[in-house]
Ligand binder design. Structure first.
Ligand SMILES: [Zn+2]
Length: 508
């Protein structure tokens, strides 16, 4: 039996004196050099009513980001849609052709053998618009990498991306196209060494596999290990060939708490930064590592999750921040909205603004409610100390600057390497002109960058979201369609609240 005190997570602190409060009047707010990708369609796809992956979480997260008035501090950019040639940079052509053409109806006509080959099934179903979904969530990661390459932005955020399980020729763990691998391949055109950090509760197997032989990409994954999907990522799995010691796996056990997690995270990432010295960082922020996740089994608070993001930001390298897993819808939205604020250096009020279209959906109406776990922390301090020691030992093996010569990295075709070299030979002045042209083109596509449009179109007192200014909504599809499991979950919360008010028994 657990007492209330034992079950409640004691959160580590998050905000400090350097964080600014959100200004009530944003007229003269200086934009940070942060690009934020979103597309009005990306949250409206459905894996299936009972499937735990719900792209609607992106719509709710965006609503919070807007409610906290964060768009005025950053460049909001519409995610571009990738083409099949962009996806086949990593994925095999037959798999890309399959994804591009398949529909639920066509899938019915395929043999089991074909579906098995691409790992289509319960976890990775074929749903309407699957290709559009993949090309949209990956678009922000690839174009975001280009923004970093050309120094248009210091940090890019793409919450729809981060689908780390997808393999070269098959879907896996709710992921179809590996936008992270595509983004890193793009970064490698301009950066000698790229660091990938993964704080999703699941091992970032698809990304590690793609760069397992490379010493130009270091992958570091903190995940639950042992009888847990995908089953890979042991501490002895360190990469191979020239990539030996460039794959770091930090296997953790159930219900890890804030302090030990953050201590281990900061110790390892600080050593990685010192020994590998990355020129760019990609951070996958899967929020299924939060306590109370529908599939996850860690006991991290919102503060601890966001502290990891804050720490990576403090390293001051070009940074791409991506989403990933996360299956308790309201907490995913809270987590990524909070982390958007952390990236912008903002101190956010804990009360969710009344302007949120989903304010009644959050119970309690707090950004960082206390989370409770019913599990014992299985990570003893001696276990964590041995994981830390082994990892730091491994990092010492790479000291002495890794090879930075261009090599035939998995997924990078030879013609592309020629392109990279041609790019490098070009004079800096040419690149500068291209950069500024590309920047103005991207800004034109940004909803919020059209000067004066909001003032002209929005009648006084009207919420700009309702007439499609922020995210291009037509005003009809504001609420994400609810699945049966969402409704059941909401009912559960309502009932709990009712019981709390009535002081009924059985309330934790
Ligand atoms: Zn996950």
């Amino acid at each position: 039996m657990f007492t209330d005190k034992e079950r409640e997570i004691k959160p580590v602190s998050l905000f400090d004196n350097n964080d600014e409060p959100i200004e009530p009047d944003g007229a003269d707010v200086k934009k940070r050099n942060v690009a934020y990708y979103f597309h009005k369609d990306v949250g409206h796809f459905h894996y299936g009513q009972l499937h735990p992956m719900k792209p609607q979480r992106l719509v709710v997260c965006n609503d919070l980001v807007v409610s906290y008035e964060m768009p005025k501090y950053m460049h909001v950019v519409q995610s571009p849609k990738l083409e099949s040639k962009d996806i086949s940079v990593f994925h095999s052509q037959d798999y890309v052709n399959f994804l591009e053409n398949v529909t639920p109806k066509i899938a019915m006509s395929y043999s089991d053998e074909v579906l098995r080959k691409f790992n289509i099934g319960e976890d990775c179903p074929i749903f309407p618009g699957i290709w559009d979904y993949c090309t949209l969530y990956a678009g922000g990661s690839v174009e975001g990498a280009r923004r970093l390459n050309h120094k248009i932005n210091d940090i890019v955020i793409n919450w729809p991306g981060g689908l780390h399980h997808a393999k070269k020729s098959e879907a896996s763990g709710f992921c179809y196209v590996n936008d992270i691998v595509l983004g890193i391949l793009e970064l490698l055109k301009y950066h000698k060494r790229v660091l990938y950090i993964d704080i999703d509760i699941h091992h970032g197997d698809g990304v590690q596999e793609a760069f397992n032989n490379s010493d130009r990409v270091m992958t570091v994954s903190f995940h639950r290990f042992g009888s847990f999907f995908p089953g890979t990522g042991s501490i002895m799995d360190k990469g191979s060939g020239p990539g030996r010691y460039f794959s770091i796996n930090v296997p953790l056990l159930q219900a890890i708490r804030d302090e030990p997690y953050i201590n281990l995270f900061e110790s390892i990432i600080s050593s990685v930064n010192e020994n590998f010295d990355p020129e760019a960082i990609v951070l996958q922020c899967g929020s299924d590592s939060l306590c109370e996740d529908r599939l996850g089994q860690f006991a991290l608070s919102f503060n601890a999750h966001a502290r990891a993001v804050k720490y990576v930001k403090s390293l001051g390298k070009p940074l791409m921040v991506l989403g990933g897993g996360g299956y308790t819808l309201r907490n995913v939205a809270r987590c990524w909205a909070l982390e958007t604020g952390v990236i912008l250096g903002l101190r956010m009020s804990d009360e969710i603004p009344g302007t949120s279209l989903y304010s009644n959906y959050f119970t309690p109406r707090l950004l960082r409610p206390n989370l409770v776990t019913k599990m014992n922390d299985a990570n003893s301090s001696s276990y964590l100390a041995s994981v830390e020691q082994e990892t730091l030992q491994c990092l010492r093996m790479i000291r002495g600057a890794p090879s930075v010569q261009m090599q035939n990295i998995i997924g990078v075709r030879l013609d592309e390497i020629e392109l990279i070299e041609a790019n490098e030979r070009r004079s800096q002045s040419n690149i500068d002109t291209e950069v500024s042209e590309a920047a103005s083109k991207m800004e034109e596509e940004c909803y919020l960058e059209k000067p004066g449009e909001c003032e002209q179109v929005v009648p006084p007192g009207q919420d700009p979201r309702r007439i499609g200014q922020y995210w291009g909504y037509n005003g009809k599809n504001l609420a994400p369609p609810r699945s049966r499991s969402d409704v059941v979950e909401e009912e559960k919360y309502r009932e709990l609240e009712r019981r709390k008010q009535l002081n009924l028994p059985g309330v934790p």
